[in-house]
Design a binder for this molecule. Structure first.
Ligand code: KG4
Ligand code: ZN
Length: 335
């Protein structure tokens, strides 16, 4: 059975994982830099790169140990790493280490697109899939609506015209002084707030498949300045309700446009409880199966990178060792 080691260092999680060709996760280790960046209210690229350099080797050693593989020349078949998109200084740490290991162990190197990794996350835990799948990829850096016609075949349906969904959660949380990362902080505060306290806009609702979040963020800032007595809980709940309503509506509209056989979420924002509940309800209403990655598979991890790498190796072959780290790498779409 083939085993792939995956390495993920594109942003603020240092992660490694070993995944079998059948998608079995043999080990998955994630070292978060949340505490390091928390003091600054967001990811500091220079600090992230240095922290990856310190954390990656111990994370790799722990991953191999948990997978029951020796460190000398483990019984692996390939080494995959995220080559982009992400922070250049962070990507370089994982890419360099993966290339060095592939040379030392005489194994193929596979350069993986981080966005494609997120799209593989749900597949790792759900083997029976009817295609096409309407997938809403919502992370800190990206908001992308695609029709996944199968692994490696993605049709673009829509994307954000400005801020990413996770970025909106992070910026609103920062404005409210709720800390970093913003998504989980907003979700916690919203749990005891009134989602009807503010009638925030639902940008581009009912208008095609593109999304927009910067106007919503600005509306939150304006409303709070006009009503300084409002509680953080009410603001968070009202913001989250607006964001979730738009996200679910766009996913359903995308599914309809693509004739999708199922709904799927991916990326860090997919860990949001109310969003998961709303998508589950929308799927039930439409008689469509809903594929939700478990919460640890939504946020950045290396199991999804190893899974995408295993598929890529089998279908497209290994990547050249001079494959660069590319901070602006996009997802390749079928026409
Ligand atoms: O996929 P991810 O871990 O990293 C990127 O590739 O960007 O996504 C991180 C984003 C952050 O913006 C974070 O605030 C958001 O996902 N996030 C959430 C939740 N957990 C993480 N947003 C809403 N609710 C959550 N529970
Ligand atoms: Zn990500």
């Amino acid at each position: 059975m083939s085993l792939v080691l995956g390495i993920e260092t594109s942003c603020d999680e240092t992660a490694a994982a070993v995944v079998g060709a059948d998608g079995e996760i043999r080990a998955s280790v994630v070292a978060s830099q949340v505490e390091l960046h928390g003091a600054y209210g967001g990811v500091v690229p220079e600090l992230a790169g240095r922290a990856h350099l310190e954390a990656l080797t111990p994370v790799l050693a722990e991953t191999l140990r948990r997978a029951g593989l020796g460190a000398g020349r483990p019984g692996l078949d390939a080494v995959a790493a995220t080559v982009g998109p992400g922070l250049l200084g962070s990507l370089l740490v994982g890419v360099s280490e993966a290339k060095a290991l592939s040379l030392a162990w005489g194994l193929p190197f596979v350069g993986v697109n981080h966005l494609e990794g997120h799209l593989f996350a749900a597949l790792l835990e759900h083997r029976e899939v009817d295609w096409p799948l309407a997938v809403l990829l919502v992370s800190g850096g990206h908001t992308l609506l695609v029709s996944m016609e199968g692994p490696g075949r993605y049709r673009r349906l829509g994307a954000t015209l400005d801020d990413a969904a996770g970025e909106a959660f992070d910026k609103v949380a920062r404005f409210l002084g709720l800390g970093y990362p913003g998504g989980p902080a907003i979700e916690r505060a919203a749990a005891s707030g009134d989602p009807g306290a503010f009638a925030f806009p639902r940008p581009l609702l009912g208008e095609g498949l593109e999304l927009s979040f910067s106007g919503l963020k600005t509306a939150v800032v304006r409303a709070v300045r006009a009503r300084p007595e409002a509680t953080n809980e009410d603001v968070a709940a009202s913001f989250q309700a607006a964001a979730v309503e738009v996200l679910v509506a766009k996913l359903c509209a995308g599914a309809e446009a693509a004739g999708a056989a199922g709904l799927c979420l991916a990326g860090g924002v997919a860990a949001n409880g109310p969003l998961r509940a709303a998508v589950t309800a929308a799927g039930e209403e439409r008689g469509l199966p809903v594929l939700l990655p478990s919460r640890p598979m939504c946020t950045d991890n290396a199991a999804m990178i190893a899974a995408a790498g295993a598929w890529q190796l089998g279908h497209l072959g290994p990547s050249p060792l001079d494959t660069p780290a590319d901070p602006a790498l996009g997802l390749a779409f079928v026409p």
